[in-house]
Design a protein around this ligand. Structure first.
Ligand code: FES
Ligand code: FES
Length: 155
């Protein structure tokens, strides 16, 4: 089937199998490998992208379903050569080690700060609770997101 999906503000038309998952469409069809694929059980959350601004696990969505939504991947966070504050926060506060969980964490953080610009640590932890990090123990991730909240894009 022919589908057209808007990703990071650009429309992409491709012939795909109806069963193709969004995570594989992004990675293998479009070459946007910033979206990671970490499990076969919808548990790890490293595949999170934004659909109309809401974080979703892209391994649970058919690519064809994504036609109706604006998709944002980690590649779409940077604007005009300027990193998103959540990207800067993870850099400033060392919110990653291996980096495998990081794309999903960044997008979930972006969605959280869009709806709640000043979250508590408990709210940050709840927001990322669907995503697994094997390295950091989460404390640095929470600090990174708090840094982003305190330094939004204008700074
Ligand atoms: S790849 Fe693990 S939740 Fe999607
Ligand atoms: S930084 Fe390695 S899994 Fe999170």
């Amino acid at each position: 089937m022919r589908i057209t999906v808007s990703v990071n503000g650009e429309e992409h038309s491709r012939d795909v199998e109806p069963r193709l998952l969004l995570v594989h469409f992004l990675r293998d069809t479009l070459g946007l490998t910033g979206t990671h694929w970490g499990c076969d059980t919808s548990n790890c959350g490293t595949c999170v992208v934004l659909m109309d601004g809401e974080p979703v696990k892209s391994c649970t969505v058919l690519a064809a379903t994504a036609e109706r939504y604006e998709i944002t991947t980690v590649e779409g966070l940077e604007r005009d050569g300027e990193l998103d504050p959540v990207q800067r926060g993870f850099h400033e506060e060392h919110g990653l080690q291996c980096g495998f969980c990081t794309p999903g964490m960044l997008l979930t953080a972006r969605a959280l700060l869009n709806r709640n610009p000043d979250p508590t640590d408990a709210e940050i932890r709840e927001a990322i609770s669907g995503q697994i990090c094997r390295c950091t123990g989460y404390a640095m991730i929470v600090r990174s997101i708090r840094w982003a909240a305190e330094h939004e894009r204008s700074t």
